[in-house]
Design a protein around this ligand. Structure first.
Ligand code: HEC
Ligand code: HEC
Length: 250
């Protein structure tokens, strides 16, 4: 229902939104809130996410991460028709300003799911292990290595893993497995999901979706990079890498 409404309302809202964008000369939060009405019609008020778990939250996610996603939709590394149509005509500068606007919003997260887990306690425990400790035997680093110890992301490019619904998490990890979702190369997340089996994905996503979001909820800044195996470099988050770049390299 909501989906249909969005589809129906989109052209009208877009016209309103982008014509406003063209005349507004300032990035004042109130002007920006008006300009992103086309976005919040799907992503919920202030980008808090729609209740159905399909339209992701934008509020408070790291700016670099949001910006990369807008580029990913525009350039076909992520596929969702309405998003691509919306962002393709916009300049990179404008995408960055929208990303910064949503990143700056500090609005509460919904409570985690209270539904009984659909998997066994052992499977949930396996999910917790993968998230916090990884599995050295399979060269699978802990999710926390890059997503931060409270799993709330690291600035400016790595998103939180808490506060996301189970369906969204499994859809995204599944999309990396099938190549439907890609990040800037080298794509560390693609490599990580390649090392996971379907049971791992359900386990880790289920455990993550049941955790409460800590306060403060914003992503922390890494004090120093992490020692990453060369096969796990992240093109969209080069700051994660503890190895200093040699002079002269980009
Ligand atoms: C028609 C509904 C719709 C509209 C309008 C829309 N989005 Fe989206 N957006 C989505 C859906 C659905 C996804 C998730 C797609 C997927 O599963 O990859 C998404 C994903 C995103 C993501 C990635 C989020 C993440 O955590 O990875 C960003 C960023 C985003 N949208 C920003 C925007 C902005 C900015 C606008 C306005 C210019 C906008 N969206 C308008 C439906 C919409
Ligand atoms: C080597 C670093 C690294 C590790 C380890 C890692 N991630 Fe990621 N992850 C990233 C980066 C970087 C991104 C952002 C990718 C992009 O720009 O699209 C990301 C994005 C994600 C997203 C997308 C979130 C969203 O809002 O759409 C999910 C889900 C995710 N990771 C899950 C996991 C899980 C689960 C684990 C552990 C099994 C894990 N990650 C381990 C670096 C890592």
């Amino acid at each position: 229902m909501f989906h249909l409404l969005c589809k129906w309302a989109l052209p009208a809202l877009l016209t309103l939104c982008w014509s406003l964008g063209a005349v507004a000369a300032t990035d004042a939060p109130s002007a920006m809130a008006e300009r992103v009405r086309a976005c919040t019609s799907c992503h919920g008020e202030q980008g808090r996410a729609a209740p159905d778990g399909y339209y992701p939250r934008l509020a408070g996610k790291p700016a670099g991460y949001l910006y990369h996603q807008l580029l990913n939709f525009a350039e076909g590394r992520r596929r969702y028709g309405p998003m691509a149509q919306l962002v393709q005509p916009l300049s990179d500068d404008y995408l960055l300003r929208m990303a910064r606007y949503f990143a700056s919003l500090d609005v509460p997260y919904p409570a985690p799911s209270r539904e009984a887990p659909r998997i066994s306690r052992q499977a949930l425990e396996h999910g917790r292990q993968l998230a916090l400790y990884g599995d050295a035997a399979r060269k699978l680093p802990a999710c926390a290595t890059c997503h931060g110890t409270p799993l709330m992301g690291t600035q400016p490019n790595v998103p939180a893993l808490l506060g996301l619904p189970l369906d969204y998490l499994t859809a995204q990890l599944g999309a990396w497995q099938t190549g439907e979702r890609r990040a800037h190369a080298p794509d560390c997340m693609a490599e990580i999901v390649r090392r996971m089996n379907p049971g791992d994905i359900i386990a880790v996503a289920s455990w993550l979706s049941m955790q409460p979001v800590p306060t403060p909820s914003h992503a922390r800044t890494l004090q120093q990079g992490v020692a990453l195996d060369a096969s796990l470099r992240c093109g969209s988050a080069p700051e994660l890498d503890a190895q200093p770049q040699q002079k002269g390299q980009p």
